[in-house]
Design a protein around this ligand. Structure first.
Ligand code: GDP
Ligand code: MN
Length: 383
């Protein structure tokens, strides 16, 4: 789960990382009044979950609050496209941050080295917007430091790495402190990536995080109720966020055939079958075990919130949950729903015959095999 820059900075500040002051705004007027608090000397930054905002025109420096406000107004609602994200993302809010006078830009990140089973700290003196190029053409300019997750790091190891990265003398101690804060933040908040690019050195010799990117391990978010509000605000897809809140495993896939089934593997097969039949799956959705009418209803409602969906395929394999019970659940759910797109339900396994019998006479088309179901829904949806 990626956090916005402002959320990342808030999190890191709690661990003692020095970040420039700033607040988010959702309109030009708010942006201007925040800029006024800083005497107009601000940087306005699009809060979108993608890299390369600077090059995409999503970051601009100002020395005048009115101009900062105008730019914020232009940016909000605009789709920002970068090399890392060709599809782009719409800007909903901007961070208006105190302008930092930058003499030098460094790079600092913490991530997981799966092969080494350790954390990896990367430090470079060549930070800024060309870091990808540095990694490619001048990889020795990036110093790597492995961190044992149990033992952690000794100060001398960090000092050694910082000095190997040729961070200038006056900034070294602050850099060591920043690395320690980052490693602690990484472990304690179950992050899977923390990146600060640039770490800014001011002409006065002060080190700050001028940008910050934190990504949290989604599977550990349940351990952090403090991130609930953060999660809501940093969701990339509103439907996926809603699903997560309801405890439903849902992934939007961009097609137009809604798909749900019981069990992740079965749903994956359904995606393949729909694809093979010439359809474009709209989503992955695992109903989970049981599939009560209430649950089916919640899931159908969710799938249909995607306006592109032209047809719905339900794929159920009766195991401990009997197919006839599921069929009853589906029928009850659809009685309560106003669905006017074709629906095909494949029911197999325990109680399948009874289940298919129950569907007869309803608007739901029954199918005994997955292939048949996929073929039918594609025919009906694209008719
Ligand atoms: P990114 O392109 O999405 O990584 O966005 P950044 O937050 O890193 O901003 C891009 C670039 O804008 C940075 O590399 C800096 O050169 C510049 N920048 C960002 N904030 C400031 C600031 O407060 N002062 C100055 N002088 N430059 C800044
Ligand atoms: Mn950056």
């Amino acid at each position: 789960m990626k956090l916005h820059e402002y959320q990342s900075k808030d999190l890191l500040a709690k661990y003692g990382v020095v970040v420039p002051g700033g607040r988010v705004a959702k309109n030009a007027a708010d942006a201007q009044s925040i800029a006024e608090e800083y005497g107009g000397k601000v940087v306005v930054k699009a809060q979108v979950l993608m890299g390369g905002r600077g090059k995409a025109g999503g970051v601009k420096l100002f020395d005048n609050a009115a101009e900062a406000g105008t730019f914020a107004g232009e940016l909000i609602g605009k789709r920002l496209v970068s090399i890392q994200n060709p599809a782009g993302m719409v800007v909903e809010q901007v961070l208006v941050a105190e302008l930092v006078d930058i003499a030098e830009e460094y790079y600092l990140s913490v991530l997981l080295d799966r092969a080494a089973q350790k954390l990896l700290v990367m430090i470079s003196r060549e930070g800024g917007m060309e870091i990808e190029e540095v990694a490619e053409k001048n990889p020795e300019a990036i110093v790597r430091l492995l961190v044992d997750p149990v033992w952690g790091l000794a100060d001398f190891e960090i000092r050694d790495a910082v000095s190997k990265a040729h961070i200038p003398g006056p900034a070294q101690r602050q850099m060591v402190a920043m690395i320690k804060s980052l490693v602690r933040a990484y472990i304690e908040s179950d992050a899977d990536l923390i990146e600060i690019n640039p770490v800014a050195l001011t002409p006065e010799g002060k080190l700050l995080a001028a940008d910050a990117k934190v990504s949290l391990d989604e599977n550990a978010v349940f351990r952090h109720p403090e991130f609930a509000a953060t999660a809501e605000d940093s969701a990339e897809d509103p439907l996926e966020a809603e699903a997560a809140q309801k405890g439903i495993a849902y992934v939007r896939l961009g097609g137009d055939i809604g798909i749900m089934g019981n069990g992740a593997g079965l749903v994956m097969c359904s995606l393949d079958e729909v694809n093979a039949a010439g359809g474009r799956p709209a989503n992955f959705l695992d109903v989970g075990g049981g599939a009560s009418a209430e649950r089916v209803k919640t899931c159908v409602e969710l799938v249909l919130k995607d306006e592109n969906v032209k047809g719905l395929l339900i794929n159920i394999f009766g195991g401990i949950t009997r197919g006839d019970q599921v069929a009853k659940g589906i029928l009850t759910a659809f009685e309560q729903l106003d669905v006017n797109i074709p629906v095909v339900a494949r029911i197999d396994g325990t109680g399948a015959e009874e289940g298919l019998e129950l569907l007869k006479g309803s608007k739901i088309v029954g199918a005994a095999t997955m292939q048949e179901a996929a073929k039918r829904i594609v025919e009906l949806a694209y008719a």
